[in-house]
Structures are given as C-alpha cells and as structure tokens.
Design a protein around this ligand. Structure first.
Ligand SMILES: Nc1nc2c(ncn2[C@@H]2O[C@H](COP(=O)(O)OP(=O)(O)OP(=O)(O)O)[C@@H](O)[C@H]2O)c(=O)[nH]1
Length: 381
C-alpha cells in the first residue's frame, strides 16, 4: 500500500528555535509590503507542527535532537459513495485505449521477430518514444535469452517487470509538513488541467485535515480567476485573487496571508503558457523568485500539470518547464481516453521528474497518487 501523502516528521524543535522561527516569520511578513526587497535573513524554518495528524505521531516521543524521517500516513481516503468503481478499475478503464494495443500481442503467438516488431509498434503508438522503446526491447530480448523463456506470457511478465523498473523512480509521495505553509506553485500549458487539479488536490488535502489557501495567479484570464473563486466558495477554501495585475504580486500576497493565518498548504495557480512563449516563461521564473522572497525556501514544490493526450509534446513541456523552473513533480491528467499513456515511460527515460498524481477523469477521486505497479498493470491489461 502506498500513501496518498507523506508527512515530514522532525524533532520537536527547542523553544528557542521556535521563537527564532516566529521572529523570522514576522520579519518576513514585514517585507510583504515591499515585494522587490531581497530577503534579509536566510533562516530556514524548522518544520512546523501541523494542527492535524497528531493522532498519527506523538511528537513528544521524538528525541530532542533533530531526527528527520518520513512517515507514511493514511492510505487514500475511501472513494465517495457515488464513485462505484474502485480506483484500479477506473485506472484500467481509463487506460484501456493505451492498453488495447499492448494486451493482445502476447496471446496465441510465439516468441519470434514478429512479436518483437509488434511490441515495438505498440510501444511507439503509446507514445513511449524511441528511447524508452529501444531500452525496453533490448532489455526484454536479453531477459528472454538469459532466462530461456519459451512462453509468450512469460515474455509479458518479463516486460511487466522491466516497465515497473523503468517507472518506479517516478513514484513519489507528496510530502506534507516540511514547511508551514507548504508552498506549491503550479504551472502548465493552457487547458492541461491546472485549475481542476488544484481543486481536486485541495479537497484531498482537506480530507487529511490540512488547511488550504489558493492563489489565483492566472491574472491573464479573468474566467480562470472566477473559476477558482467560485470553486473556493463552494468548498470553503479561501482564494486570494486580484482584479488584474502582476501574478507575482498576487502570489506574494497569498504567501503572506498564508503565513499570517498559519495555513498548512498554499497552492498557487498560474496562467497557461507555451514553453515557446519566452516572455511568459520568464514571468514564471519571476513568480518563483518572488515566492522565495516572501518565504525562504519556497516554493517547496514546483509542479507541472501535463495532459497525457499531448503525448510526446508533454515530454517537451516537461523538459522546457524543468529547465526554466527546476520542477519537483508532475501531475499527469486526462489519462482516461488517451492512447498515449506510454508517455510516462518516455518521461521516466528522458526526464524523470517524479509523478505525484495522475488523473483519469473529472471527479475528485479520479486524481490519485501515481503507483508504478498499478499503472503498469493497467497499461498491459
Ligand atoms: N477527462 C478528463 N478531463 C480532465 C482531467 N483533468 C482535467 N480535465 C478537464 O480539462 C479541462 C481543462 O481543465 P482546466 O483545469 O480548466 O485547465 P487549465 O490548465 O487550468 O486551463 P487554463 O486556465 O486555460 O490554462 C476541464 O474541462 C477539466 O474538467 C482528467 O484527468 N480527465
């Protein structure tokens, strides 16, 4: 069982350190009026004690010296009653277009060049890309030889192992509690699913007793701001928004508000943009810099949302946004109804940025943590 999120666990900080941290918070809060002013103190905050989750870890048991360890917290919450199908079922049906090309290959056949050729075509059609496809086929041929496999279903099992090995490094749980607020900046091209994913994630975080604040950093599209504001109202999540202006200023204000209100997680939406729009990419870099001025060490997470339908183009997006922003994670949306689920193999091979969540639909429970084994099983049928 994998965890939905992980919680950062550190020692109960000594009183003095807490006081210092408070001073630091106040000092930086004062800078909120001057967004351009450089941070005068480079103190990183000790992990804040979150109001929630105390039932899971008794902090008093932790030794005085700083011990940093990660702890798996509760598994994904039970799906809402309306969601009849389990996550695995939904993942499988979501990925059915991707798996359609791969599942039949191993049935009623023998291990020969035709089998490898068919597999190569299917992997390329799933947008796994040339590099990952060559890597998988080369390793598979080697394994068939070394293990003297004779049954095509054994070859399928070997492929499963290789695919899991390839995808495993992408598996990572989002860590909560390493900072308060934990600041997450979310970027992506237009329509990738940023705003919707932020909404879903906010709901998940609330279920884990995390207080959430949203920053409507998409100042470009009024409708996007309104979409987030309406969503926030309905779900009792505060949204910091401004009529117009600089996204960096909006997000700076939001970070200050999150600090003042002792919010657990701040998610900052940004306007969609193409990596080729260099001035807009520069704007994103500025947003990131300004967040760092509002809070040392922030943003703690820089997430890129990619639409799986865009296949190999999504890989280019990962590379470009990673070069510009040093991404910490990905959210891969719209895996339902795409035949291009193999794109995760391409990402694993060419730019292995961790995949925190995958989306297979529009409902809250359709966004879940990425698990390499589950994903491989759904992909191979
Ligand atoms: N089928 C499906 N649709 C999704 C998924 N994730 C998001 N969507 C839909 O994709 C559309 C675009 O989502 P948004 O969240 O508005 O995308 P955005 O990146 O914020 O778009 P911009 O604000 O234009 O940059 C919406 O209709 C969402 O419901 C998913 O996993 N599966």
């Amino acid at each position: 069982m994998f965890s939905f999120f992980k919680r950062f666990k550190g020692s109960k900080a000594p009183e003095t350190a807490q006081d210092e941290s408070q001073d630091t918070r106040e000092a930086v809060a004062e800078q909120a009026d001057a967004p351009a002013a450089p941070s005068s103190r480079a103190t990183s905050e000790p992990p804040g004690e979150t109001a929630s989750g105390d039932d899971l870890h008794d902090l008093s048991e932790i030794e005085a010296e700083t011990v940093l360890e990660t702890v798996e917290i509760v598994p994904p919450p039970a799906p809402e009653p309306a969601a009849k199908k389990s996550w695995i079922d939904r993942l499988k049906s979501g990925l059915s277009k991707t798996s359609a090309g791969l599942t039949g290959i191993f049935v009623g056949t023998k291990i020969d060049e035709d089998l490898y050729e068919e597999l190569e075509t299917a992997l390329l059609m799933s947008d796994a890309g040339v590099e990952a496809t060559e890597h998988l086929l080369g390793a598979l041929r080697e394994k068939v030889r070394a293990d003297r496999l004779t049954d095509p279903m054994q070859v399928k099992a070997a492929l499963r192992t290789l695919l899991v090995d390839l995808l495993k490094p992408l598996e990572k749980s989002l860590m909560l509690g390493s900072a308060q607020p934990l600041v997450m900046m979310i970027a992506g091209v237009n329509g990738a699913g940023k705003t919707t994913s932020i909404g879903k994630l906010a709901k998940h975080l609330q279920r884990f007793d995390q207080s959430v604040l949203l920053a409507a950093g998409d100042t470009f599209r009024a409708a996007a701001r309104e979409q987030l504001a309406i969503w926030g109202e309905r779900n009792n999540v505060t949204v910091v928004a401004q009529e117009s202006g600089d996204p960096a200023a909006v997000i700076f204000d939001a970070v200050s508000a999150a600090r003042a209100r002792k919010i657990d997680v701040l998610m900052a939406d940004t306007a969609g943009r193409l990596p080729t729009q260099l001035h807009l990419m520069e704007e994103l870099r500025k947003v990131k810099r300004v967040i760092g001025k509002a809070l040392d060490g922030a943003p703690h997470e820089v997430l890129l949302v990619i639409d799986a339908n865009t296949g190999q183009n999504a890989l280019s997006q990962v590379k470009a946004f990673d070069d510009a922003l040093q991404l910490t994670g990905l959210i891969v949306t719209k895996l339902d109804g795409t035949a291009k689920g193999g794109i995760l193999a391409a990402i694993a091979r060419q730019r292995p940025v961790p995949v925190y969540f995958i989306g297979v639909g529009e409902k809250v429970e359709d966004l879940q943590p990425f698990n390499a084994e589950e994903f491989t099983d759904a992909m191979l049928g």
